[in-house]
Design a protein around this ligand. Structure first.
Ligand code: NAP
Length: 244
Protein backbone atom coordinates (compact mmCIF):
# COMPACT_ATOMS: atom_id res chain seq x y z
CA UNK A 1 0.00 0.00 0.00
CA UNK A 2 1.16 3.49 -0.82
CA UNK A 3 1.66 5.63 2.25
CA UNK A 4 0.29 9.16 2.10
CA UNK A 5 0.46 12.18 4.36
CA UNK A 6 -2.52 14.54 4.22
CA UNK A 7 -1.79 18.14 5.17
CA UNK A 8 -4.76 20.50 5.39
CA UNK A 9 -3.90 24.04 4.36
CA UNK A 10 -0.85 22.71 2.55
CA UNK A 11 -0.75 25.40 -0.11
CA UNK A 12 1.07 28.08 1.87
CA UNK A 13 3.06 28.90 5.00
CA UNK A 14 3.56 26.24 7.65
CA UNK A 15 1.48 23.66 5.72
CA UNK A 16 3.65 24.04 2.63
CA UNK A 17 6.85 23.52 4.67
CA UNK A 18 5.31 20.39 6.24
CA UNK A 19 4.37 18.96 2.82
CA UNK A 20 7.90 19.48 1.53
CA UNK A 21 9.53 18.02 4.65
CA UNK A 22 7.33 14.90 4.59
CA UNK A 23 7.97 14.49 0.85
CA UNK A 24 11.70 14.61 1.58
CA UNK A 25 11.08 11.64 3.91
CA UNK A 26 9.49 9.78 0.99
CA UNK A 27 5.84 10.08 1.96
CA UNK A 28 3.39 10.61 -0.90
CA UNK A 29 1.58 13.87 -0.26
CA UNK A 30 -2.05 14.97 -0.35
CA UNK A 31 -2.12 18.75 -0.36
CA UNK A 32 -5.42 20.18 0.78
CA UNK A 33 -6.14 23.84 0.05
CA UNK A 34 -9.17 26.08 0.11
CA UNK A 35 -8.88 28.15 -3.05
CA UNK A 36 -5.32 29.12 -3.84
CA UNK A 37 -4.52 26.71 -6.69
CA UNK A 38 -1.40 28.56 -7.80
CA UNK A 39 0.21 28.31 -4.36
CA UNK A 40 -0.89 24.67 -4.01
CA UNK A 41 0.79 23.88 -7.33
CA UNK A 42 3.99 25.55 -6.15
CA UNK A 43 3.97 23.30 -3.07
CA UNK A 44 3.24 20.26 -5.25
CA UNK A 45 6.17 21.03 -7.58
CA UNK A 46 8.54 21.34 -4.62
CA UNK A 47 7.32 17.99 -3.22
CA UNK A 48 7.69 16.22 -6.58
CA UNK A 49 11.40 17.02 -6.67
CA UNK A 50 11.70 14.23 -4.07
CA UNK A 51 10.21 11.71 -6.49
CA UNK A 52 6.99 11.13 -4.55
CA UNK A 53 3.39 11.17 -5.76
CA UNK A 54 1.48 14.35 -5.02
CA UNK A 55 -2.24 15.03 -5.32
CA UNK A 56 -4.12 18.26 -4.74
CA UNK A 57 -7.37 17.95 -2.80
CA UNK A 58 -9.42 21.14 -2.92
CA UNK A 59 -11.96 21.37 -0.12
CA UNK A 60 -12.97 23.86 2.52
CA UNK A 61 -12.35 22.22 5.90
CA UNK A 62 -15.19 24.26 7.37
CA UNK A 63 -17.67 22.57 5.01
CA UNK A 64 -18.36 18.94 5.98
CA UNK A 65 -20.14 18.20 2.69
CA UNK A 66 -17.02 19.22 0.69
CA UNK A 67 -14.80 17.07 2.93
CA UNK A 68 -17.10 14.08 2.49
CA UNK A 69 -17.25 14.56 -1.25
CA UNK A 70 -13.56 15.14 -2.00
CA UNK A 71 -11.68 13.35 0.78
CA UNK A 72 -14.36 10.71 1.32
CA UNK A 73 -14.28 9.81 -2.37
CA UNK A 74 -10.47 9.71 -2.46
CA UNK A 75 -10.45 7.27 0.47
CA UNK A 76 -13.10 5.05 -1.17
CA UNK A 77 -11.31 5.12 -4.53
CA UNK A 78 -7.91 4.31 -3.05
CA UNK A 79 -9.18 1.58 -0.68
CA UNK A 80 -6.57 -1.24 -0.48
CA UNK A 81 -4.18 0.75 -2.75
CA UNK A 82 -3.25 3.70 -0.54
CA UNK A 83 -3.45 4.63 3.11
CA UNK A 84 -3.24 8.00 4.84
CA UNK A 85 -0.71 7.27 7.59
CA UNK A 86 -0.09 10.88 8.59
CA UNK A 87 -2.78 13.51 9.04
CA UNK A 88 -1.75 17.07 9.81
CA UNK A 89 -4.74 19.24 10.71
CA UNK A 90 -3.04 22.50 9.85
CA UNK A 91 -5.64 24.67 8.07
CA UNK A 92 -6.51 27.71 10.16
CA UNK A 93 -7.46 31.35 9.96
CA UNK A 94 -7.41 34.43 12.18
CA UNK A 95 -10.29 36.88 12.46
CA UNK A 96 -9.10 38.99 15.37
CA UNK A 97 -11.36 41.36 17.24
CA UNK A 98 -12.07 42.24 20.83
CA UNK A 99 -14.98 40.16 22.12
CA UNK A 100 -17.10 43.27 22.60
CA UNK A 101 -16.83 44.07 18.87
CA UNK A 102 -16.76 40.48 17.56
CA UNK A 103 -19.55 39.48 15.22
CA UNK A 104 -21.05 36.01 14.93
CA UNK A 105 -19.35 35.34 11.59
CA UNK A 106 -15.89 36.05 13.03
CA UNK A 107 -16.60 33.69 15.90
CA UNK A 108 -17.98 30.85 13.83
CA UNK A 109 -15.61 31.04 10.84
CA UNK A 110 -12.58 30.61 13.08
CA UNK A 111 -14.16 27.79 15.11
CA UNK A 112 -15.50 26.10 11.96
CA UNK A 113 -12.11 26.14 10.25
CA UNK A 114 -9.84 24.96 13.06
CA UNK A 115 -12.01 22.96 15.46
CA UNK A 116 -14.86 21.69 13.30
CA UNK A 117 -12.44 21.18 10.40
CA UNK A 118 -10.23 18.99 12.57
CA UNK A 119 -13.28 16.94 13.63
CA UNK A 120 -14.67 16.37 10.14
CA UNK A 121 -11.34 15.64 8.44
CA UNK A 122 -10.17 13.32 11.21
CA UNK A 123 -13.49 11.42 11.09
CA UNK A 124 -12.81 10.52 7.47
CA UNK A 125 -9.26 9.35 8.06
CA UNK A 126 -9.59 7.63 11.42
CA UNK A 127 -11.34 4.39 10.54
CA UNK A 128 -8.87 3.33 7.84
CA UNK A 129 -6.06 4.31 10.22
CA UNK A 130 -7.53 2.12 12.98
CA UNK A 131 -7.79 -0.82 10.58
CA UNK A 132 -4.18 -0.19 9.51
CA UNK A 133 -3.10 -0.27 13.18
CA UNK A 134 -0.71 2.60 12.64
CA UNK A 135 -1.11 6.33 12.29
CA UNK A 136 0.06 9.78 13.21
CA UNK A 137 -2.31 12.69 13.79
CA UNK A 138 -0.78 16.10 14.39
CA UNK A 139 -2.98 19.08 15.18
CA UNK A 140 -1.65 22.60 14.59
CA UNK A 141 -2.72 24.65 17.58
CA UNK A 142 -1.16 27.82 18.99
CA UNK A 143 0.30 29.54 21.98
CA UNK A 144 -2.99 31.46 21.86
CA UNK A 145 -4.87 28.25 22.70
CA UNK A 146 -2.63 27.59 25.70
CA UNK A 147 -2.47 30.98 27.38
CA UNK A 148 -5.35 32.84 25.72
CA UNK A 149 -4.67 36.04 23.80
CA UNK A 150 -6.73 39.23 24.09
CA UNK A 151 -8.31 40.05 20.74
CA UNK A 152 -8.42 36.36 19.86
CA UNK A 153 -11.25 34.91 21.96
CA UNK A 154 -12.46 33.02 18.89
CA UNK A 155 -8.99 31.75 17.90
CA UNK A 156 -7.95 30.88 21.47
CA UNK A 157 -11.22 28.95 21.91
CA UNK A 158 -10.74 27.05 18.64
CA UNK A 159 -7.15 26.08 19.44
CA UNK A 160 -7.91 25.21 23.09
CA UNK A 161 -10.74 22.99 21.81
CA UNK A 162 -8.29 21.23 19.52
CA UNK A 163 -5.94 20.67 22.46
CA UNK A 164 -8.71 18.97 24.47
CA UNK A 165 -9.65 16.83 21.49
CA UNK A 166 -5.99 15.87 20.95
CA UNK A 167 -5.65 14.61 24.52
CA UNK A 168 -8.95 12.69 24.48
CA UNK A 169 -8.47 11.09 21.06
CA UNK A 170 -4.90 10.10 21.92
CA UNK A 171 -6.26 7.92 24.72
CA UNK A 172 -8.97 6.40 22.51
CA UNK A 173 -6.61 5.18 19.79
CA UNK A 174 -3.29 4.59 21.59
CA UNK A 175 -3.56 0.80 21.61
CA UNK A 176 -3.76 0.77 17.82
CA UNK A 177 -0.37 2.49 17.50
CA UNK A 178 -1.94 5.77 16.50
CA UNK A 179 -0.43 8.81 18.17
CA UNK A 180 -2.23 12.13 18.41
CA UNK A 181 -0.27 15.22 19.32
CA UNK A 182 -0.58 18.97 19.04
CA UNK A 183 2.09 21.44 17.95
CA UNK A 184 1.74 24.95 19.41
CA UNK A 185 3.73 27.58 17.53
CA UNK A 186 4.34 31.10 18.80
CA UNK A 187 4.98 33.68 16.08
CA UNK A 188 5.96 32.12 12.76
CA UNK A 189 6.66 34.15 9.61
CA UNK A 190 3.85 33.46 7.12
CA UNK A 191 0.95 35.21 5.39
CA UNK A 192 -1.02 34.84 8.62
CA UNK A 193 1.42 37.02 10.55
CA UNK A 194 2.34 39.38 7.69
CA UNK A 195 0.19 42.19 9.15
CA UNK A 196 1.88 42.06 12.58
CA UNK A 197 4.62 44.41 13.71
CA UNK A 198 7.46 41.89 13.70
CA UNK A 199 10.10 44.30 15.08
CA UNK A 200 7.92 45.23 18.04
CA UNK A 201 6.91 41.64 18.80
CA UNK A 202 10.51 40.41 18.57
CA UNK A 203 11.13 42.23 21.85
CA UNK A 204 8.79 39.76 23.60
CA UNK A 205 10.52 36.69 22.21
CA UNK A 206 13.67 35.49 24.00
CA UNK A 207 15.18 34.44 20.64
CA UNK A 208 14.34 37.92 19.28
CA UNK A 209 12.89 36.62 16.02
CA UNK A 210 9.85 34.95 14.49
CA UNK A 211 10.15 31.23 13.77
CA UNK A 212 10.35 29.81 10.27
CA UNK A 213 7.74 27.44 8.80
CA UNK A 214 10.59 24.96 8.20
CA UNK A 215 11.34 24.88 11.94
CA UNK A 216 7.73 23.90 12.67
CA UNK A 217 7.86 21.34 9.86
CA UNK A 218 10.89 19.64 11.46
CA UNK A 219 8.95 19.15 14.70
CA UNK A 220 5.95 17.78 12.81
CA UNK A 221 8.21 15.39 10.90
CA UNK A 222 9.68 14.13 14.17
CA UNK A 223 6.22 13.53 15.68
CA UNK A 224 5.23 11.76 12.45
CA UNK A 225 8.28 9.50 12.54
CA UNK A 226 8.66 6.03 14.03
CA UNK A 227 11.14 7.60 16.50
CA UNK A 228 8.22 9.37 18.22
CA UNK A 229 6.27 6.15 18.79
CA UNK A 230 5.82 6.63 22.58
CA UNK A 231 4.78 10.30 22.47
CA UNK A 232 1.04 10.82 22.45
CA UNK A 233 -1.54 13.24 23.84
CA UNK A 234 1.08 15.97 24.13
CA UNK A 235 1.12 19.63 23.23
CA UNK A 236 4.61 20.63 22.10
CA UNK A 237 5.38 24.33 22.01
CA UNK A 238 7.69 25.86 19.41
CA UNK A 239 7.99 29.54 20.15
CA UNK A 240 11.60 30.69 20.61
CA UNK A 241 11.17 30.70 24.37
CA UNK A 242 8.10 32.95 24.49
CA UNK A 243 6.56 32.47 27.93
CA UNK A 244 3.38 30.44 27.80
P1 NAP B 1 -1.32 30.88 6.28
O1 NAP B 1 0.02 31.24 5.77
O2 NAP B 1 -2.37 31.94 6.38
O3 NAP B 1 -1.89 29.65 5.43
C1 NAP B 1 -3.16 29.15 5.72
C2 NAP B 1 -3.37 27.86 4.97
O4 NAP B 1 -4.62 27.30 5.40
C3 NAP B 1 -3.47 28.04 3.47
O5 NAP B 1 -2.90 26.91 2.87
C4 NAP B 1 -4.98 28.10 3.22
O6 NAP B 1 -5.37 27.64 1.93
C5 NAP B 1 -5.45 27.11 4.26
N1 NAP B 1 -6.85 27.31 4.67
C6 NAP B 1 -7.40 28.38 5.29
N2 NAP B 1 -8.72 28.18 5.47
C7 NAP B 1 -9.00 26.96 4.95
C8 NAP B 1 -10.18 26.19 4.82
N3 NAP B 1 -11.36 26.63 5.27
N4 NAP B 1 -10.10 24.99 4.19
C9 NAP B 1 -8.91 24.52 3.73
N5 NAP B 1 -7.76 25.19 3.83
C10 NAP B 1 -7.81 26.40 4.43
O7 NAP B 1 -1.23 30.28 7.76
P2 NAP B 1 0.02 29.66 8.57
O8 NAP B 1 0.69 30.74 9.30
O9 NAP B 1 0.81 28.76 7.68
O10 NAP B 1 -0.79 28.81 9.66
C11 NAP B 1 -0.97 27.40 9.56
C12 NAP B 1 -1.54 26.91 10.87
O11 NAP B 1 -0.65 27.23 11.94
C13 NAP B 1 -2.90 27.52 11.25
O12 NAP B 1 -3.71 26.55 11.85
C14 NAP B 1 -2.53 28.57 12.26
O13 NAP B 1 -3.60 28.84 13.13
C15 NAP B 1 -1.36 27.91 12.96
N6 NAP B 1 -0.48 28.84 13.64
C16 NAP B 1 0.21 29.78 12.93
C17 NAP B 1 1.04 30.66 13.61
C18 NAP B 1 1.84 31.72 12.91
O14 NAP B 1 2.47 32.54 13.60
N7 NAP B 1 1.90 31.75 11.59
C19 NAP B 1 1.15 30.57 15.00
C20 NAP B 1 0.44 29.60 15.68
C21 NAP B 1 -0.37 28.74 14.98
P3 NAP B 1 -5.45 28.64 0.63
O15 NAP B 1 -4.02 28.91 0.23
O16 NAP B 1 -6.19 27.88 -0.40
O17 NAP B 1 -6.14 29.89 1.10
Amino acid sequence: MKKFALVTGGSRGIGRAICIKLASLQYHILINYKGNLKEAETTAAACRTYGVEVELLKFDVSKPEEINQVLGEWILREDKKSIIEILVNNAGIRQDNLMVFMNDAQWSQVIDTSLQGMYHVTKQVLNPMLLNRFGRIINMVSLSGIKGMPGQVNYSAAKAGMIGATKALAQEVAKRNITVNAVAPGFIASDMTADLDEKELNNLIPMKRFGKPEEVASLVAYLASKDASYITGQVISINGGLYS
